[in-house]
Design a protein around this ligand. Structure first.
Ligand SMILES: [Zn+2]
Length: 429
């Protein structure tokens, strides 16, 4: 396919009147439009105002989609234990399937082509199947909770690890390797030492399996970990094996100097979720400092009950604005750095090679956007436009691995039926 328009190829490259050519799952050409049409005269052609790499949501909870709006104006641990975990505990297989499908639809409709998805304890298989049906790229994981957890989610340590192993065998590398696995403890508060060490051991048995958890999102959470272990949260995770280049830690807001050293020394990936951090009043993660230390920082929306959207464009804007007001420095976290976080850094955290740029030889994960709106007029700088002005609704077209998964309202699954069923199921939460 030949996709023409103004190309935002990566965080530093804009090509006016350009084109991307894809063959099967790969980008084969990025350059001037006229050259593309000369070299590929028989390719199917589409034109958009802006063509960009698909975005990476490096920490989401698709299965919380039915809880969008159920727990506004709450503190993290109350939000979690009083609202979100009870909802997850009650969800049956159908609800999980509908919630995950709804979440992935929202992603592809708004330009996110890759996710790192923190599922829940039960019925995780439904989300893997949903991801396969919708056609998104992702690293998914069933959640482990073996202590201090509500009924319906609390699980024996070994049972959780065995089920994770079964899912790895079935889905790691599934759907043409678009779907991979991350062993996913909820967080140190609801996981025993055996669970956390077992998660590391399990991940080490399989090439490419990641580890994904929450860390140091909130001061009360850090206090609970301190009471349980006598250690700071990141120090504890490091001791039990949950740091390293294959580890994805969401949040990392409340970290001391030593913990920041550990994150940098071990090449651990950090995911910044600014909207959720603001909404739950959790705090402001020291993103500029992490970046200066060479830590890979990606961007995530977290879950629909704490955001309340999976629109990655909103998240890019929030990330930059929050960094600027936190530092009282308007040059903090400019558009190019935020775009890196939402593309190549996210792909690196997820462990996908050649994802996150428009470049020959890279994966054909491409989005097309419209600027035919008053809000999007004029566009002086396309990169700035994507970070500060664009919305997910501007996305008209989404391709993942060379396959068109969203095209002006059309998807690979029956989206109106999924939304109708989601509205029915959500009335019970
Ligand atoms: Zn989360």
């Amino acid at each position: 396919m030949l996709l023409a328009g103004t190309l935002v190829a990566d965080s530093t490259t804009v090509i006016e009147d350009g084109a991307v050519v894809t063959i099967e799952d790969e980008i084969v050409f990025v350059g001037p439009h006229h050259e593309a049409t000369e070299r590929y005269p028989d390719h199917e052609r589409r034109a958009f105002d802006i063509v960009a790499p698909g975005l990476v949501g490096a920490h989401i909870h698709s299965v919380q989609s039915l809880g969008r709006g159920i727990a506004d104006d709450e503190e993290l641990l109350d939000w979690l234990f009083d609202h979100v975990l009870p909802m997850e505990a009650e969800m049956d297989a159908e609800a999980m399937s509908v919630a995950a499908t709804l979440g992935y639809l929202e992603c592809i409709e708004s330009g996110t082509t890759t996710v790192i998805d923190h599922l829940t304890v039960t019925h995780a298989e439904q989300a893997f199947e949903a991801a396969g049906s919708v056609g998104i790229r992702g690293v998914l994981g069933k959640v482990l909770m073996d202590t201090d957890s509500p009924d319906g989610l609390l699980e024996e340590t070994e049972a959780g690890l065995r089920e994770s192993e079964r899912l790895i065998e079935k889905y790691h590398g599934a759907f043409d390797d678009r779907i991979r696995y991350a062993v996913t403890p909820r967080f140190a508060v609801t996981c025993t030492e055996d669970c956390l060490r077992g998660a590391r051991d399990l991940a080490d048995q399989y090439e490419g399996v990641r580890l994904h958890t929450h860390a140091s999102e909130n001061e009360s959470e850090c206090e609970r970990v301190r009471e349980k272990t006598g250690k700071e949260n990141i120090e504890w995770l490091h001791e039990v094996g949950l740091t390293g280049p294959d580890v994805v830690l969401a949040h990392c807001i409340w970290t001391n100097e030593h913990e920041r050293d550990l994150l940098a020394e071990t090449d651990t990936n950090v995911v910044h979720c600014p909207s959720a951090n603001m909404k739950l009043a959790s705090g402001v993660a020291p993103i500029d400092e992490y970046r200066e230390r060479g830590i890979t920082v990606a961007l995530g929306n977290d879950g629909p009950p704490c955001n309340n959207t999976l629109d990655a464009f909103t998240e890019m804007r929030q990330a930059s604005l929050l960094a600027k007001v936190d530092a009282l420095e308007p040059t903090a976290l400019p558009a190019r750095n935020v775009f890196e976080m939402a593309t190549t850094n996210g792909a690196q955290a997820a462990g996908f090679d050649r994802v996150g740029k428009l470049e020959p030889g890279w994966k054909a994960d491409v989005i097309g956007l419209s600027t035919e709106s008053s809000r999007a007029t004029p566009v002086h700088d396309p990169l700035s436009h994507l970070v500060f002005a664009a919305h997910g609704d501007d996305v008209e077209f989404t391709m993942v691995d060379g396959r068109v998964v969203y095209d002006q309202g059309h998807t690979t699954v029956d989206a109106p039926a999924i939304r109708a069923r989601a509205r029915e199921l959500a009335t019970q939460y």
